[in-house]
Design a binder for this molecule. Structure first.
Ligand code: S3P
Length: 173
């Protein structure tokens, strides 16, 4: 399999809990590329956790910080970029990421997403009474945005390794 000859950045998008972090680590291992995790970079630059940024400044301010970070970091080459689930909402983010990269969207069912996100409270948008209902609502609203990706990958019943291999295969086609 041709792996990293003249390939574009691999950009992972998708809702919370679709496996972006795990799959980006797997891609990094297989390709020998560095991972840039947008949320981690935001937390480093703000010296604050994402939940704290939401609490102190609100979501619109977080989205501005996120867009700035993407503008800067999408200039890198030969990297895997893992994005936060809301990055797709701004067209300017998609344009910047697409300049050097191919945009992948990982998908999963609401039930799987709940299972994968249920154990921690570091996702401010899911700290609600009925997270499953919230996930369903978010997915319905965001689906047209996620659908703007170049390649969609269903992650149900697949290991991160299998998903990484599927991505590389489809990118190389
Ligand atoms: C968000 C997803 C989170 C994080 C923030 C907002 C979203 O990232 O950026 O809590 O709007 O879907 P993950 O998708 O990595 O959990």
């Amino acid at each position: 399999m041709r792996k990293n000859i003249g390939m574009k950045n691999i950009v992972l998008t998708g809702f919370m809990g679709t496996g972006k972090s795990e799959v980006s680590r797997e891609l990094s291992r297989v390709l020998g590329w560095k991972v840039i995790d947008i949320d981690t970079e935001i937390e480093k630059s703000q010296r604050m956790k994402i939940t704290e940024i939401f609490k102190q400044f609100g979501e619109p301010k977080f989205r501005d910080i996120e867009a700035e970070m993407i503008k800067t970091l999408s200039k890198n080459k030969n990297v895997v970029i893992s994005t936060g689930g809301g990055v797709v909402l701004r067209q300017e983010n998609m344009d910047a990421l697409r300049e050097n990269g191919v945009i992948i969207c990982l998908t999963a069912t609401p039930e799987t997403i709940l299972k994968r996100t249920g154990n921690n409270n570091d996702r401010p948008l899911l700290q609600v009474e009925d997270p499953l209902k919230k996930i369903q609502e978010f997915l319905k609203f965001r689906m047209p945005y996620y659908a703007k990706a170049d390649i969609m990958i269903d992650t149900e019943n697949k290991t991160p390794f299998e998903i990484a291999e599927e991505i590389i295969e489809k990118v190389n086609k």
